[in-house]
Design a binder for this molecule. Sequence first.
Ligand SMILES: Cc1cc2nc3c(=O)[nH]c(=O)nc-3n(C[C@H](O)[C@H](O)[C@H](O)COP(=O)(O)OP(=O)(O)OC[C@H]3O[C@@H](n4cnc5c(N)ncnc54)[C@H](O)[C@@H]3O)c2cc1C
Length: 312
Amino acid sequence: MISSALLYLSNQPQVFNFVRHNRMAKSMANRFVAGETLKTALAAVRRLNAKGVTASLDLLGESVHNEAEARESARQYIEMIDSIHRDRLDANVSVKLTAMGLDISEDLCVANMQSILEHAHDHGTFVRIDMESSEYTQKTLDLFYERLFPSFRACVGIVLQSYLYRTATDVEQANRECARVRICKGAYKEPASVAWPEKKDVDEAYVRAMHALMSDGHYPGIATHDEAIVDDAKRFARENDIPATQFEFQMLYGVRRDLQEQLVREGYRMRVYVPFGTQWYPYLMRRLAERPANVAFLTGNVIREMVGRRRR
Ligand SMILES: Cc1cc2nc3c(=O)[nH]c(=O)nc-3n(C[C@H](O)[C@H](O)[C@H](O)COP(=O)(O)OP(=O)(O)OC[C@H]3O[C@@H](n4cnc5c(N)ncnc54)[C@H](O)[C@@H]3O)c2cc1C
């Protein structure tokens, strides 16, 4: 119920316009978002790298409204890749196709992605294409397999979501094509016609997809904070002689930092998804929806800080 309401609010731009300059909302966002500028995001990556954690930088800002905005997003991604290279950071980037103009024109989106990927190729880095809501799944995969992957194989990968019924088949295709996959549960509000409504089914589908990717895939990213699944991945790797260098765990900035550090100590690869930018509102709402207890937790923290500040 609360999750649905938060997911609904994540799609309401007028609410964002209201909270955009609200200090309390911004303080809440800081827990999950590495600031509004590339500079603050690079500083966050540097802190993660110092702890042995790699990163994937995401410029927040989903659907763009015109060609100029889409080209500007692509330009900012190229700047991000340059800065990562210049500062010798251990990070790659995650991109949403709607931010590259997918809703405006497929050719525009492909041209933007090609310029980012050429840049990534020249700098020996990797670009992950995030997966958005189910209305984009087929379009994203078609565009990936037909227009991007053939020319940029080692530099580009996709995301699959275990809540979709179709994902087992998509995992088979990715393994056949040797495409790099990040597997996650899925963050959007989806109807029962396309996605498992019960969490138990989503979790079971996740484990099946993860096993298939670990056995037959190509350097999968295991993106979850679910400790039972993390333990299962470790056990599966041990029992099937899969070295820890053949996959990586991935988590979100600000979520389960204890588990992130523990996995690094245990010798696993850990990548943190680091979102930044002014368009933090839909991202924040999706994170709150995943764990409504966060609303109380964050509100409590922010109020404590505000009271503390007033006392000082
Ligand atoms: C690196 C990365 C990239 C992602 N990319 C995409 C993508 O491209 N497309 C997409 O649809 N989704 C993406 N997601 C989001 C993902 O689909 C889930 O919505 C999210 O990861 C929560 O699912 P979970 O696997 O952690 O399991 P859950 O069952 O939701 O959570 C397991 C446990 O993790 C902790 N936890 C989970 N979320 C939070 C949170 N927000 N705050 C605090 N604790 C939390 C809680 O302890 C919870 O009990 C990504 C997630 C990660 C980690």
